[in-house]
Design a protein. Structure first.
Length: 269
C-alpha cells in the first residue's frame, strides 16, 4: 500500500510539473519565438532560402546512403524495436493502440544513448556534426500506420525528417503540417515546425523510415539564451528523464537480442 501511495504521489507531482507548470510557461514563450525566429514562422522551411542556418542539410543529404546502410542492419530486428509510446508515453498517447510506429533512439533532448550510437557509428558521426542537434532517432512507420493530428512539445526546436526508406506510391506516404501536405523522398530532408498541428500516413504496403531530428531553432538575442535554458530544463524534467530510463531498459533487451544473433567469430583469421 505504501508503494502504491508513493507511486500516486509521484505521478501527481509529475503531471503537475509538466502540464500545470512547464507547459503554460512554454506556450507563453512560444509567442515571442514566433516573432524572433530567424527562419520565419511557417509550417515548412526552405533550406535554400536560409543557407546560413541550414548549411548542414546538404551534408546530411550527401551522406544519406551511409545512414541507410546502418538502418538496413537494424531492420531485420524491427519486431524487437520499441514502439514510440514505449519510450515516450506522454507523446505516444494518440498512437498507443497499435504497434505500427517503431523507433530506434540515438539522442533524446540532448541526452545521448551510448549503446544505440555505438551500433550506428557513421550515423552518429554525421548527426553530431549538426549544430544544435537535440533529438535523433529512426522513425519506422509500418504499413497502414496513421499518426493522428497532434503538435510537438516546444516551438524552440525545428524538425528535420531525412527520407531513408520511402515506399511507393508516394502520395500515400505523406505528412500534413497545418494546411500543407508533402511527400518524402529518399535522400531528401523535410524541414518543418512541429508546433503546428500535423499528422502522417503510411497507406502503402511497405515500411517508411526517416531519420527524425530536432534542432535548436535560430533566434535573436536574448531569446536564444532563454530558449537554450528552457531546452536544458526540459532535458532534466521527468518528461525526458522517464524517456531516458525507458530507452535504457530497451537497450538492455536489444543487447541480448543482438548478441544472441551475432555470428560467432572464427578462431583463425
Amino acid at each position: 500500500m505504501r508503494d502504491l501511495s508513493f507511486k500516486k504521489i509521484r505521478e501527481g507531482l509529475r503531471y503537475f510539473l509538466i502540464y500545470r507548470v512547464g507547459e503554460p510557461i512554454l506556450r507563453n514563450f512560444e509567442k515571442a519565438i514566433s516573432k524572433s525566429s530567424k527562419i520565419g514562422n511557417t509550417p515548412f522551411f526552405d533550406a535554400q532560402k536560409y543557407p546560413e542556418y541550414f548549411e548542414w542539410v546538404p551534408m546530411l543529404e550527401e551522406n544519406w546512403h551511409l545512414i541507410r546502410e546502418e538502418l538496413d542492419r537494424l531492420l531485420p530486428y524491427q519486431e524487437n524495436l520499441p514502439n514510440f509510446q514505449d519510450i515516450s508515453p506522454d507523446q505516444g498517447y494518440s498512437t498507443s493502440t497499435d504497434n505500427l510506429w517503431k523507433t530506434y533512439f540515438l539522442y533524446g533532448y540532448g541526452v545521448k544513448s551510448p549503446e544505440s550510437c555505438d551500433r550506428c557509428p557513421e550515423t552518429t558521426r554525421i548527426i553530431e556534426s549538426i549544430p544544435g542537434l537535440k533529438t535523433a532517432f529512426f522513425s519506422i512507420l509500418l504499413p497502414g500506420k496513421h499518426i493522428p493530428e497532434h503538435r510537438g512539445p516546444f516551438k524552440g526546436v525545428i524538425r528535420c525528417l531525412l527520407g531513408l526508406k520511402i515506399p511507393e506510391p508516394r502520395e500515400k506516404c505523406r505528412i500534413r503540417v497545418k494546411d500543407e501536405v508533402r511527400h518524402w523522398e529518399e535522400g531528401k530532408c523535410l524541414l518543418f515546425d512541429d508546433s503546428f498541428p500535423h499528422e502522417a500516413w503510411n497507406e502503402t504496403d511497405g515500411i517508411r523510415v526517416v531519420l527524425f531530428l530536432d534542432i535548436v531553432r535560430p533566434l535573436g538575442l536574448p531569446l536564444s539564451w532563454i530558449n537554450s535554458l528552457l531546452i536544458w530544463l526540459i532535458s532534466i524534467s521527468p518528461y525526458v528523464r522517464d524517456g531516458t530510463a525507458n530507452q535504457k531498459k530497451w537497450n538492455r533487451r536489444l543487447d541480448e537480442i543482438f548478441n544472441r544473433n551475432r555470428r560467432p567469430e572464427t578462431a583463425h583469421q
